[in-house]
Design a binder for this molecule. Structure first.
Ligand code: SAM
Length: 271
């Protein structure tokens, strides 16, 4: 059973605007792993749960062909509107049933998505489509953001934690699978050659508007929004106002630092 929590067109539009592009540290880690374990050629990479394609596009210069797959038609439709990537295509479909022949894929990635997959059929399918020595890289970041602006970072983090707490009834259990850094999924991978890097610290400079927009993309916020649109709108508005007040600024374009803790599961199919 696939989770259908990212279906609405508005949600996809928010994704396109506010989801963060994975950092270069992660991309380099994955490409170096693939080169070490499998080596050339880099023919086909497949990005699962691609959303609006932030990670898919990053892979484009490094492979002959890249395919983004997402179970949500809306996400795929928005991803397809980004021009300029001739070796890139998108398809709607589940990660548990992939439209590729056996032993045809060099690299499978999933950015902030593998916690939504059904582990057993997904891993069976990954094993089928990967080439011998082909690799998978499943990564994401914790939802405990660490915000910094002058001396008020702690208070901004408290505001964010309070926002999360007020939406707790709408949180899917799958969010805790991500926050476990995919531990069970990692353990379920049958390839002997595998690794889980638990802490990859990343700093980004973003605007207050970006942070609040990112919060709006969260599945928990979207579930709240479906149940109580006015309550969700009020929560976003008050969170934005509290951030600006603590920072002592009026412009939502004011920049602050966000520190994220990424994690990455890497695995290489046996020969
Ligand atoms: C949190 S979003 C991440 C999107 C994107 N990779 C990013 O980094 O912004 C998770 C995505 O996984 C997709 N998804 C969830 N379950 C899926 C499944 N079983 N197969 C394929 N995609 C799935 C959702 O539709 C959603 O677009």
């Amino acid at each position: 059973m696939s989770f259908r929590m990212f279906e609405e067109k508005d949600h996809a539009a928010l994704y396109q605007q506010y989801r963060m592009t994975p950092p270069k540290e992660i991309k380099e880690l994955i490409l170096q792993y693939l080169d070490k374990k499998k080596g050339p050629p880099r023919e086909l990479a497949v990005d699962l749960g691609c959303g609006t394609g932030q990670n898919t596009r990053l892979l484009s210069p490094h492979f002959q062909k890249v395919v983004g797959i997402d179970v949500s038609e809306s996400q795929v439709e928005v991803a397809k509107t980004v021009p300029g990537f001739t070796n890139l295509s998108y398809r709607a479909g589940p990660a548990e049933e992939l439209p590729f022949p056996d032993a045809s894929v060099d690299l499978l990635t999933a950015a902030s998505a593998a916690h939504w997959f059904d582990a057993e059929p997904f891993l069976k399918e990954a094993t089928r489509v990967l080439k011998p020595r082909g690799c998978m890289a499943l990564f994401g970041y914790l939802d405990t953001y660490d915000l910094h602006y002058g001396s008020c970072g702690d208070r901004l983090n408290t505001i964010y934690e309070e926002m999360k707490k007020s939406m707790l009834p709408y949180s899917s259990g799958r969010v805790s699978v991500s926050n476990s850094k995919l531990q069970e999924l990692y353990e379920a991978i049958s390839f002997p050659d595998k690794d889980r890097i638990e802490v990859i610290p990343v700093k980004e400079e973003v605007t207050v508007n970006n942070i609040v927009g990112l919060l709006k993309t969260h599945s928990t916020f979207q579930a709240y929004h479906r149940a109580d649109p006015q309550g969700a709108a009020n929560l976003i508005e008050s969170t934005m106002a509290r951030f600006l007040k603590e920072m002592g600024v009026t412009s939502t374009e004011t920049k602050l630092e966000i520190r994220l803790e990424y994690f990455c599961v890497l695995a290489c199919k046996p020969q």
